[in-house]
Design a protein around this ligand. Structure first.
Ligand SMILES: [Zn+2]
Length: 199
């Protein structure tokens, strides 16, 4: 169903053949191709500024980050090697996203910036489930999680990591919730700084 939505968005954006535009403010450089994405730059940079402050408050180092908003879901999937149905993908200090307008239209733009922003600054060596759980707590996405059982409490950390990596449609939601549930419990026990050390 989510995939279908992106396909519809793709059809609407077929007329956008403009050259990429790059804008830098502070530590963030954004490149977009769909001219309509320009309308969302204000929110992107405001969100990034707050994100960077919050990351520093956790003792993390904020390095210059490059964000590329692809022109369509198809391009996103081709560039990242990820499913066309996800919002964004981060490698090191480089974030690749769907069109900014597509994310904004689904109310996901600010939380996506915060989530991926966390990944650009996370300490090396965190298990995937903990990195995702912390990113979802940091972004505020965790607040929207349903309280129903995930059905995944018996999985080992490595098995949960595999579920997150596989992104099996219909299962990834529960895997992300389970990762977040475990992360919340860890943060309650050892605090953010302890959790960031993977303890
Ligand atoms: Zn993530």
């Amino acid at each position: 169903m989510r995939r279908g939505l992106w396909v519809a968005v793709l059809v609407l954006s077929m007329s956008a053949h403009a050259a990429p535009v790059t804008v830098t403010s502070g530590t963030l450089t954004v490149t977009y191709t769909d001219p309509r994405d320009r309308a969302h730059l204000g929110l992107v940079f405001r969100t990034w500024e707050k994100t960077a402050d919050d990351l520093k408050a956790l003792g993390l180092t904020v390095q210059p980050v490059r964000l590329t908003a692809t022109s369509s879901a198809t391009t996103f999937a081709r560039v990242t090697g990820e499913p066309a149905s996800i919002a964004a993908s981060t490698r090191g200090q480089t974030i690749t996203t769907q069109r900014l307008g597509a994310l904004a239209g689904r109310g996901l733009l600010a939380s996506t910036i915060r989530h991926e922003g966390f990944h650009t600054a996370q300490p090396p060596g965190l298990p995937r489930w903990l990195a995702e759980g912390l990113a979802r707590l940091f972004s505020g996405e965790a607040a929207g999680d349903s309280a129903e059982p995930t059905g995944l409490t018996a999985l080992s950390g490595a098995q949960l990591d595999a579920r997150l990596l596989g992104r099996v449609p219909g299962q990834s939601g529960a895997a992300y919730r389970e990762a977040t549930r475990r992360t919340k419990a860890l943060v309650a026990r050892v605090g953010w700084r302890g959790a960031l050390r993977g303890k």
